[in-house]
Design a protein around this ligand. Structure first.
Ligand code: CDP
Length: 210
């Protein structure tokens, strides 16, 4: 049996953690597609380029190597913001599409998380989940992550950052962040990671049966 699961949603909604756990639960491969955009931004900057230079971003997208996705510098909000700048270019998105679709086409299927998985990358996914949480809950999660790393950041600044990134991802013309018409929605505002996982497994079972 093949099972393709698309998980989309905004920053700090919990989609990455959920996607990873869903993949482990069903024994499927997992691709965090945000890493591809993060790697493109990293490579543009490493080459001395400008994130707003579409030609530089497209060239980086064409040569991004899957092996470089484990780079720890890709995690973190700065890399995420840089990613959302190059992610608005249709040329960049097009250059990354084949890799994502090939990943999804594995025999058993796969779990992919991002912003446009249910709409563009895998429109025929067996299950689509759109994960949300309030702006405040997402900023609070980011705040706690910073605190755990001993970094001193103002909660209000994180809230502004999250809203800016949402707006950039939602308002762009190319593959904007939007729930697919057939996506199941999960609001994790009031849920801890275990509760969110139980809820998402319930949603998946409701769609595919047990
Ligand atoms: O983990 P977080 O939600 O903060 O970010 P991410 O999923 O790593 O994505 C970083 C940025 O890449 C997003 O803000 C989007 O602009 C872009 N992205 C996208 O456009 N399409 C995807 N499928 C995945 C990420």
């Amino acid at each position: 049996m093949t099972l393709i699961i698309a998980i989309d949603g905004p920053a700090a909604s919990g989609k990455g953690t959920l996607a990873k756990r869903i993949a482990a639960h069903f024994g499927l491969a997992w691709l965090d597609t945000g890493l591809l955009y993060r790697a493109v931004a990293r490579d543009v900057l490493a080459n001395g380029g400008d994130l707003e230079d579409v030609a530089a971003a497209e060239a980086a997208a064409r040569s991004v190597l899957a092996v470089s996705l484990s780079d720890p510098s890709l995690r973190g909000p700065k890399a995420g913001d840089a990613a959302s700048i190059v992610a608005k270019f249709p040329e960049v998105r097009a250059a990354l599409l084949d890799y994502q679709r090939a990943f999804a086409a594995q025999d058993d299927g796969a779990v992919l998380d991002g912003r446009d998985i249910g709409t563009i990358v895998c429109p025929d996914a067996h299950v689509k989940i759109f994960v949300t949480a309030s702006d405040e809950a997402r900023a609070r999660r980011r705040y706690l992550e910073h605190q755990a790393r001993g970094e001193d950041v103002a909660y209000e600044d994180l809230l502004v950052d999250i809203r800016q990134r949402d707006a950039r991802d939602r308002d762009r013309a190319a593959a904007p962040m939007v729930a697919a018409h057939d996506a199941l929605r999960l609001d994790t505002t009031e849920l801890d990671p275990d509760q969110a996982f139980d809820a998402v497994i319930e949603l998946i079972r409701s769609k595919i049966g047990s």
